[in-house]
Design a protein around this ligand. Structure first.
Ligand SMILES: Cc1cc2nc3c(=O)[nH]c(=O)nc-3n(C[C@H](O)[C@H](O)[C@H](O)COP(=O)(O)OP(=O)(O)OC[C@H]3O[C@@H](n4cnc5c(N)ncnc54)[C@H](O)[C@@H]3O)c2cc1C
Length: 335
């Protein structure tokens, strides 16, 4: 299905009402292949857009948006204690997690309730509550937007790192992910490394995959704004990773600064804390604001423009740099 001069309001979780020259809904990999081969359907630059939950539009998009709605969750093979499953790029991420939990396939439960699609999960290497999807992705199937050739990237070839992958770097914008394959455990294995997760789960019932999923859902709904009510894209900035030496110096000046030692020897700092310390939590400029419970989340209270949200983010970035000497990197992609 191809729409011209299409509204993007329902295609981005900030709820911004910009337009794209063209919007193409793609229901299968074959459809995507024919579209690319009949290239003249595409007007101007091309952007692949999933649920728009990690995107900030700052104006109309003068090009064509490809929106994969490729469905389907399949069991591909079972071997020993492991199962390989696949999900079409358009599968809602949390529907996939729900399905794995109902089938007793272990691994994705800590990533419950993250908005967006299965395809984008591989782009961003989504992570939460002590888990990252890179530890479960087996391979990613894509098609080239220049010649429609289909190819598969192994986990290693995806070059995953913190909220990052090859799809955001070297080959950004060149491929449409059609399907993602995951390797999950058939043997009960629970990840309770995150702070209060075990306690939350045990408040619900006996510690299990299902209570972990419910605990994650409860924590997330109590802390994060629901984009269907208040426009937002989750964490606006990444947690900065700095050298051990810089972290030690900062700790001398700010003894309560939350720090997490990485296996690389570097230190991850909580960006939300830095922003909060600069006095931004709950602040609002017009309809663009900083969420009152989570300073890392910027919100659209109704009629903010993308530019106003971006300007607010730049003010935050400036004050964090001034106070702590740390330059925050955006997690959200600005278009
Ligand atoms: C309330 C809230 C909470 C959130 N919490 C978390 C969290 O805990 N952890 C976390 O990691 N993220 C979180 N996010 C961010 C977001 O949900 C994830 O980044 C998600 O994976 C984005 O999915 P999407 O389908 O909306 O992608 P989009 O925002 O549509 O796109 C993101 C990027 O992926 C590309 N892309 C999308 N689909 C494809 C495809 N099929 N092929 C090729 N490229 C593609 C786009 O071009 C873009 O570069 C949160 C967001 C919100 C709104």
């Amino acid at each position: 299905m191809i729409f011209s001069n299409a509204s993007l309001k329902n295609y981005n979780t900030f709820g911004l009402d910009y337009k794209a020259n063209g919007l193409v809904i793609i229901k299968s990999e074959e459809e995507a292949v024919s579209l690319v081969l009949e290239h003249n359907e595409l007007i101007g630059p091309v952007l692949v857009l999933g649920g728009g939950s990690n995107i900030l539009f700052t104006g109309d998009y003068n090009g064509t948006i490809l929106h994969p709605e490729i469905p389907g969750i399949k069991i591909r093979e079972k071997e020993g204690n492991q199962v390989v499953i696949s999900a079409g790029a358009g599968v809602k991420w949390d529907d996939l997690v729900d399905w794995t939990v109902k089938n007793d396939f272990y691994g994705l439960e800590n990533l419950s309730l993250i908005p967006g699609t299965a395809g984008a999960a591989a782009v961003q290497n989504i992570g939460a509550y002590g888990a990252e999807v890179k530890d479960y992705i087996f391979k990613v199937r894509c098609l080239s937007l220049s010649d429609a050739s289909v190819m598969e990237f192994t986990n290693q070839e995806c070059r995953f790192s913190y909220r990052n992958s090859i799809f955001k770097q070297e080959i950004k914008g060149h491929f449409l992910i059609s399907e993602v394959f995951f390797r999950l455990s058939l043997k009960p294995t629970l990840n309770i490394s995150y702070g209060s997760l075990q306690k939350e789960a045990e408040n619900i019932g006996k510690l299990s995959q299902k209570t972990i999923r419910q605990a994650v859902i409860n924590i997330r709904t109590s802390k994060l704004p629901d984009p269907s009510i208040t426009g937002n894209a989750g964490s606006f900035f990444k947690n900065p990773v700095i050298s051990g030496e810089k972290a030690e110096n900062l700790q001398k000046k700010f003894p309560s600064i939350p720090q997490y030692r990485e296996s690389s020897g570097e230190t991850k700092i909580a960006a939300g804390w830095l922003i909060d310390q600069c006095g931004w939590k709950g602040k609002r400029i017009g309809d663009a604001g900083v969420h009152e419970k989570q300073a890392l989340v910027l919100v659209n209270y109704g009629n903010a423009s993308g530019r106003e949200i971006l300007d607010l983010s730049e003010m935050i970035r400036g004050s964090v740099y001034e106070k702590f000497g740390i330059d925050l990197e955006r997690e959200v992609e600005v278009i």
